[in-house]
Structure formats: C-alpha cells, structure tokens
Write a protein that binds this ligand. Structure first.
Ligand code: NAP
Length: 289
C-alpha cells in the first residue's frame, strides 16, 4: 500500500514519520506545503497519479485557533476546501482518506463525553472550518475515516506541554484556566491509532467517524499541574476562570470525546493521559540532553 501523509512537518505528521521508520508494510510518501500544497488540485492529482496512492492521511491543517478569527477565508481554504480536493482525488483514484478533525466542532456545553454522532455546533472560526471540512468529505462519497482528536501535544512543535515546561523554568507562579475540561492526546498515540485503523481497513469501503484522545478527563489547570510535577518544576499553578483569561476564539467548556467506537473498530487499548505525558516529557528531556 502506498500511503501519502500531508502536513508532515506538524506534530502528528512527525509522529507518523517516526512510526514509519520501523514499518516495512507500507510505502510512505511524506509531504508538507513545500512539496505538496493540498490547496492545489492539480498538484494533488499529480501526486496520486505518479505515486499510485492507496491511502492519504491528511495531517495538514490551519491550526492557529485565535488567528483564524482574523483569517476565516484562509482557514476555510486549508481546513475545508483543501480536504474536499483530497476527498475528490481519493474518489477518483479509489483511495482511502484518513482525515483528522477536532473536538472544536462541538458546542462544548455537554456534561458527558461526546459520541461520534453528536450534533456539531462549532463556536469558533477554526471549529466551523473543521466541521465544514468533515461535511465536504462525507458529501464527496469517497472512502473515508474522519478521526476527531483534542489537546494534541508532542515533543516537537508548539504546544501546551512545551509552553508549560518553558514557563516552569522561567516563572515562579502562573495562572491556568480550571473550568474547561477535555482530554489531552499525545501525537504518538494518535499516530499509532491511525496506523491501526489503516491496517484494519485497508481499501475496503468505509464511511466512518471516530474519536481518539488519551483516556481520562481533566482541566487545563490539572494538566498544567501534572506537567510541572512530572517535569520536576517548582512553579506554582493558580486556578483561574475562562473569564479571567479572555481569548479571541471561544474555547469549549467541556469537550471530552467518547472513545468507544475506535476501541471496538480498531481493537486498540488507549493509554491513560498521564502515562503518555510521562513518556512525552521523557522524550523532550532526551532531546534537550
Ligand atoms: N493541535 C491541536 O491541539 C489539535 C487539536 C485537535 C485537533 N487537531 C487536528 O489535528 C491535526 C494535526 O494537528 P497538528 O497539531 O499536527 O498540526 P500542525 O502542527 O499545525 O501541523 C499542520 C501542518 O500542516 C501544514 N500545512 C498548512 N497548510 C498546508 C497546505 N496548504 N498544504 C500542506 N500542508 C499544509 C502546516 O504548515 P505551516 O506550519 O507552514 O502552516 C503544518 O506543517 C489537524 O487536522 C488539527 O486540526 C489538532
């Protein structure tokens, strides 16, 4: 199977590259905007044609949640219209599209984990563009798996874990919101799950949506405390409310995703968030050392 990965310099793309190093079952093609801009239909079609792509894992996205409020057209182009190009191309070449989406498609006002078929109700430009991307992929009729994730972090790129570790080195005290609950996701664990999904399904017809995060649920405040604890930082974390930390884009108050479907379909066990956080911080420390 020939597997195309788009957006390969991002957190998830790099995690997939790491896994592919020890995978001889598939022939991997890693691309980012410098080698394959997913907004360009001709380039995408040419890539599928030349490399006989069987599966495309779309890790490319516009992920700057607050900036998206000022750049809605660009966010829509990358998060919705470009995935439609990928979907149409997958349909044309009978390939499977594995597309990554987000908890931000939901309203954030639930009090129990969102099942995959819960109604979407995005509260931000970013969430709206990702929901539209999902809709266009489903509408295309291509074989697809849409995998929603949340609070992604890794040892590469910019993310909450690395920011907290840096603040832990430079501040005595920080304030972190304690009234937004979700679940973090180590990009490595998500990458493992995506490979399990593609191995499970191959090129069989599929039109499914899944949720994948690590197990458990916590607030950003609890997450920050765990990062300081595991990272060996003495910085004090104070709980604050969302009102005390205004952001341009509205954040969901509750965005825990129900993981039942992916566990059953792919036959995977999902690591608990704290166990994965320990592994990621070990990796970060190894990279520094
Ligand atoms: N990060 C999170 O907390 C989070 C949470 C929930 C869901 N997700 C979803 O998870 C997926 C992976 O996220 P991530 O954190 O790995 O993203 P990321 O680190 O921002 O990586 C996205 C990559 O896509 C590239 N890209 C942007 N426009 C492109 C284009 N037109 N053609 C090809 N590549 C392009 C980006 O390049 P530039 O950097 O040059 O723009 C970047 O290398 C995304 O679908 C995201 O929406 C992320």
């Amino acid at each position: 199977m020939n597997v195309l990965v788009t957006g390969c310099y991002g957190q998830l793309g790099r995690a997939l590259q790491h896994i592919a190093e020890n995978d001889s079952w598939h022939h991997w093609f890693f691309t980012d905007v410098d080698t394959l801009d997913i907004c360009h239909k001709d380039s995408v079609e040419n890539c599928f044609e030349t490399n006989k792509i069987d599966i495309c894992i779309n890790c490319a996205a516009y992920t700057a949640v607050d900036k998206a409020e000022d750049e809605p057209e660009l966010a829509m182009l990358i998060n919705a219209f470009a995935p439609k190009i990928l979907a149409d191309t997958c349909l044309k070449y009978n390939a499977l599209l594995i597309h990554v989406s987000t908890d931000y498609v939901f309203g954030g006002d639930a009090n129990k984990p969102y099942p995959v078929d819960a109604m979407v109700n995005p509260q931000s430009v970013y969430g709206n563009t990702k929901a539209e991307g999902e809709r266009l992929i489903r509408e295309s009729g291509c074989n697809h798996m849409i995998v929603r994730t949340a609070w992604l972090y890794s040892s590469t790129g910019k993310n909450f874990v690395k920011t907290m570790l840096m603040l832990g080195d430079t501040k005595d005290e920080i304030n972190v919101v304690a009234d937004q609950k979700g679940c973090p996701t180590w990009a490595h664990d998500l990458a493992v799950a995506l490979v399990a999904l593609l191995n499970k399904n191959g090129k069989s017809p599929v039109h499914e949506t899944f949720h994948f995060t690590n197990e458990g649920q916590i607030t950003w405040y609890e997450f920050a405390n765990a990062i300081m604890d595991i990272g060996g930082k003495t910085c004090k974390v104070n709980p604050i409310t969302t009102d005390q930390y205004p952001t341009k884009a509205k954040r969901p108050a509750y965005s825990v995703l129900d993981l039942g479907k992916i566990k059953e379909f792919a036959g995977i066990e999902i690591p608990f968030w704290r166990d994965s956080l320990v592994k990621c911080i070990e990796e970060i420390n190894k990279n520094i050392g």
